[in-house]
Design a protein around this ligand. Structure first.
Ligand SMILES: [Zn+2]
Ligand SMILES: [Zn+2]
Length: 640
């Protein structure tokens, strides 16, 4: 519908048939549509500027349907601001894109049924069967006030419009928002979206606008009078004064002191506020710095708040030279965190590592909530390297985040830190074990080698089966120096392989020694070796004993097939006139000792890696009050 502004006469267009309210582009008159009549309700004050990437006229796509941004409602609540962008889809339907702290949520209005609870009944944690059997749990209740609007809206989006906004979510991630207004209840259903998936175009030129907005307003610290401007106007809920250390409430024009620094402290962050860097494929700006401590004050760690207008906020945390890249989670992975010793998140099991407290010790820069010095929250960390899942909670809410271990060199490279990067100390809770990553390939190569060796062995056994190829029995004169004799010829089959030569002589408390030459009759090459037997026995102190053996075996490897004979020179002690000597030759003897030795040698490295990995894990858990070994018991205890 096209018509004219009742206040200034400029053309006013209602793009959506359900829009009843519009703010004139030219004179900012608040226009209400009643059938064909327009009425002006006075003038809208200047909309507080922010650094949202969206503007009226931006277009995008959601579930294959194109949409255009046709209106916007800017809302304030006790901890900050958010934007509600009103969308017109190409199929004529309307929707909302909520933008808060860099999170985006797509929703559409749904019919209010009897199942929607009354304002007075709603409590955080309560559940409601809004769409049976699906239950929705109340995540938070916020009192909100409209601080301005632009474009067209389906209701009177006037400044000062007060609502109570109730966020609920289901286990499966569906999202519901109930808006209680003075005279009506509105219900919205939807889900969180990534900005990229909306494929938006005709966006605001932020690179130019950010500079302008930041320079537009200079504030004065209400505590010390020091001047400052804001890095993330419209998103900043509190500012830490760089002169006096006080934290200042930035949600209202009248800046109020949230907390005063007890004593003057100057901590210079390693990455200064305002630093820009490209980390993990995204351009980030450091907008806040926080040093926190545990309850004892012995452990301190630093947290850097990062901002990107399209991605919102992230954290970089550091302790003992270890770094984590941390993303806030929109939904709790579990309903109640307290007492769980392990939990499942994104199909991985996280083990509880730490239960403690985090206290704000020092702050610098800006924050998207109202930060106070000394503020303490309960912290529970769960780990599944390289990730860490943290829950920070107080009596009113629980905030979950997931951190990923990153190397100090990545941080240094991203923000151009050339000196002062602290060296790594100890093992970080979620530091990936350098041995865990190679453990698997090392074990698999070991298994593969073992299989190969066994297969090779089996092949030799099958290709050259063990069999006797010669036996000879002789009587020899038992003399120290005997005459050599030649055995009959015999054949050794196959191309190449081992043979065993066993000698036997029934000596009794006596010995026999033989110099044996194996002669290849085709090549005349020979291989010589000594072999003997000795066997002694007796009775001592009423107990029988024996020593040695009447037989012995010698193994020759790589013996070519062919015709052979032995030349044997045997002799003994001369105790008896004649001794019998038997000689046995076997071909294709199965020798397992080689393969065992090979496997043992191959196993040294895997065992070393396993040992190193265990040491690493022990070091990791030595920093925790909780042992991973107790986990199984505790899970059982929890269920009991
Ligand atoms: Zn006008
Ligand atoms: Zn100050």
């Amino acid at each position: 519908m096209k018509t004219n502004c009742p206040s200034c006469g400029a053309e006013v267009r209602f793009k959506s048939s359900v829009s009843v309210f519009s703010v004139c582009d030219h004179c900012r008159a608040m226009i209400v549509r009643r059938d064909m009549d327009l009425e002006s309700l006075g003038q809208m004050a200047q909309l507080p500027d922010d650094i949202s990437p969206l503007k009226l006229g931006s277009t995008g796509k959601y579930r294959d349907t194109r949409f255009e941004v046709i209106g916007r409602l800017k809302v304030a609540w006790s901890e900050g601001f958010w934007n509600e962008w009103y969308l017109l889809f190409e199929n004529g339907k309307n929707g909302w894109l909520a933008e808060a702290m860099g999170f985006f949520m797509m929703s559409s209005e749904a019919k209010v049924t009897d199942r929607v609870p009354g304002r007075e009944a709603v409590r955080v944690g309560n559940s409601y069967e809004l769409a049976p059997p699906m239950k929705f749990y109340v995540d938070d209740i916020k009192e909100a006030i409209c601080v301005g609007s632009e474009g067209e809206l389906p209701f009177k989006g006037m400044q000062g419009r007060k609502t109570v906004s109730v966020d609920m979510s289901s286990y499966s991630g569906e999202f519901v928002n109930i808006e209680y207004c003075v005279d009506e209840i509105r219900l919205y259903t939807g889900r969180y979206v990534e900005f990229e998936e909306l494929a938006m175009s005709n966006l605001r030129d932020l690179s130019a606008d950010i500079k302008k907005i930041r320079a537009a307003e200079l504030f004065k610290c209400p505590s010390c009078g020091g001047p400052f401007s804001m890095l993330t106007p419209g998103l900043t809920a509190s500012v830490a004064c760089r002169y006096c250390g006080s934290t200042i409430d930035a949600t209202h024009k009248t800046l109020a002191v949230l907390s005063k620094a007890e004593k003057k402290m100057k901590i210079k962050p390693l990455i200064p506020i305002g630093s820009k860097g490209r980390l993990l494929g995204t351009d980030w700006e450091v907008t806040g710095f926080m040093r926190r401590s545990d309850k004892t004050g012995l452990y301190m760690w630093d947290e850097y708040l990062l901002f990107n207008p399209f991605k919102g906020f992230r954290w970089l945390t550091t302790y003992n030279g270890h770094w984590n890249y941390v993303e806030m989670l929109r939904n709790s992975p579990v309903r109640a965190a307290a007492g769980l010793s392990a939990l499942k998140f994104r199909d991985r099991i996280f083990k509880r590592f730490l239960v403690g407290q985090g206290k704000v010790f020092y702050v610098l820069g800006e924050f998207y909530w109202r930060v106070r010095l000394g503020e303490t929250v309960d912290v529970t960390d769960y780990i599944c390297p390289p990730e860490i899942l943290s829950c920070e909670s107080d009596s009113s809410e629980a905030n979950w985040s997931v951190g990923r271990y990153i190397g100090p060199e990545e941080v240094a490279g991203a923000f151009g830190i050339t000196e002062g990067m602290p060296p790594k100390e100890g093992v970080a809770p979620n530091q990936p074990s350098p041995y865990a990553s190679i453990l698997r390939p090392v074990m698999w190569s070991f298994v593969a080698f073992a299989i190969c060796l066994t297969v090779l062995q089996l092949y030799f056994i099958l290709a050259l089966p063990d069999r006797q190829v010669y036996r000879g029995d002789f009587k020899i004169n038992d003399r120290k120096i005997a005459k050599p004799f030649i055995t009959p010829s015999f054949d050794i089959p196959g191309s190449t392989g081992n043979i065993s030569v066993a000698v036997f002589s029934p000596v009794q408390n006596d010995w026999l020694e033989a110099d044996i030459d194996l002669v290849n009759e085709e090549t005349n090459k020979n291989v010589g070796f000594e072999q003997g037997v000795e066997y002694y026995f007796g009775v001592e102190d009423g107990e029988g004993w024996s020593e040695g053996s009447q037989g012995s075996t010698h193994l020759l490897s790589s013996v070519a097939g062919g015709r052979y004979h032995f030349v044997i020179q045997a002799g003994g002690s001369g105790a008896v006139a004649e001794k019998s000597l038997s000689i046995f030759v076997r071909r294709g003897v199965v020798v397992w000792s080689n393969i065992f030795v090979a496997l043992l040698l191959l196993g040294v490295y895997p065992l070393y890696v396993i040992w190193k990995n265990n040491r690493f894990e022990l070091n990791r858990w030595s920093e925790s009050d909780l042992s991973p070994d107790n986990t199984a018991d505790e899970v059982e205890a929890d269920e009991a």
